[in-house]
Design a protein around this ligand. Sequence first.
Ligand SMILES: Nc1c(N[C@@H]2O[C@H](COP(=O)(O)O)[C@@H](O)[C@H]2O)[nH]c(=O)[nH]c1=O
Length: 201
Amino acid sequence: MSETTCHMSISLDGFVAGPDQSAEDPLGKRGQELHAWHLGDPRANEADKIANEWLMRPRGAYVMGRNMFGPIRGDWDEEWRGWWGAEPPYHAPVFVLTHHPHDPIQMDGGTTFHFITTGFDAAYSAASEAAGGSGVDIAGGALTVRQALTAGVIDELTLDIAPVLLGSGERIFDGVETFGFEPVEVLHSPLTTHIRYRRTT
Ligand SMILES: Nc1c(N[C@@H]2O[C@H](COP(=O)(O)O)[C@@H](O)[C@H]2O)[nH]c(=O)[nH]c1=O
């Protein structure tokens, strides 16, 4: 079935990235603590392995915000091809929301970054068409996920809730008035609680 997914690691106080994101600190201050469960922490267990399979399952196309694609703000004044090296883990078209036009960037392994300047709805509909029934994933970051939640397009939302308080940073639920999901699967490790939610409304 073609459906739209979104999988985010989040702090207990609701932040998906810390403050002051930069080239040196892509997830913001202490943001990396949210991702210990899949970034080699020895306390990771079988639950984290299963959740990582959810995260890495192949999808037909992706939507992401420009701040997730890279640290450049304003004009594209330097060569940048994403955080992920020559072969990004997407292996599908990725539609990047930005206010600054850019030619598509084709990477190894089937990933092409397309830059969309006409808003979330346009990016999502281009991704749906490109996915051709294989499903769209909303890859992040916070602003893009918030727009997807507000638009009501996410069928399956997975949150990895880390027992971490960040205090400040980027939130996904600000301005989203109704949650509209119910939990269908919960797994946990010492590093996080993985909750898979399905849309109810
Ligand atoms: N272009 C666009 C969005 N772009 C978003 O605005 C932020 C600043 O990007 P930029 O100005 O490219 O540096 C970043 O989060 C990017 O994803 N957002 C939207 O809702 N609608 C749009 O049409």
